[in-house]
Design a protein around this ligand. Sequence first.
Ligand SMILES: [Zn+2]
Length: 317
Amino acid sequence: MAKNIISLIKENGIILGDGGYLIELERRGYVDSGSEREKVGTGRGSGQFTPEVAIEHPEALRELHREFLKAGSQVLQALTFFATREKLTRSGYGAQTEAINQAAVRLAREVAGNQALIAGSVSRTQLFEREGPSAAGQVRDLLNEQIRLLQNAGVDFLILETFFRLDEMLIALDCARASGLAIMATMSFRPRLTESSDGHSPAVCALAMAQAGAQIVGANCEQEPRRILPIVREMHTAADVLIAAQPAAFRTTEETPCFTRMPQFPDQLETAQISRQEFLDFARTARAEEISYIGGCCGCNAAYIRAMARGVAAESQ
Ligand SMILES: [Zn+2]
């Protein structure tokens, strides 16, 4: 397999990624949502949804990687979401920052062998949500450190994901560009579909991310396929760049079009779960609309990836 995500997209037309790790591992009992201690989803709490499972229960993470690979994933994301030193410190794992990032990449690589590429996942720090733009310098230091760890651990490319603010994403892109690795960058739209939380439309975000060095841009998390598709369509029209979409598997509403703001988050999400069939249809649509990279985010286990693999195959017949 080519070791380059861009050439893989050129060969295949569309690439199928993997699904959501943290919510699935929370359901299996290996990740702490924090809901028994505090209100979750504000960005202000202690270390909620952090990925220490990579060192505490590596067999559980390995198994989920295996399930995604078997379902058809061509990329496995190392579970390094929320693994900056600051976020891990809030959950009591700051001293294990190197170990968690290294273990997460190693586990993904062990499972993938030469069957899938390995992406390092880099997410928003939550410092902007708590402290505002004055945190920019600290954010840069934290992201630089994590990206260096991921590169040293041997990731094939980087996925910068689930950024609510474009200004924070542009800092992440600066840090990522310095690594020389290929970059996919996807924003998450909360609380509105029409703009990032610092006020930029999907079109403006797409152009800015492409200009800042992302080879693939798009949206992930927060919305189900039917609400995320218009966002990435706007990006696709605006920017001459490869497009990615990794929706969540929860039904949102007109009033609250982002699942982490719904009252069901995080302990009653089962009541908002959408079916894998919607992901099969999404994959078929994505292929027809020349979206280059699809996968699932929160709420998507291997059944959803299998459905998307079928959707991709159906369109090409
Ligand atoms: Zn998600």
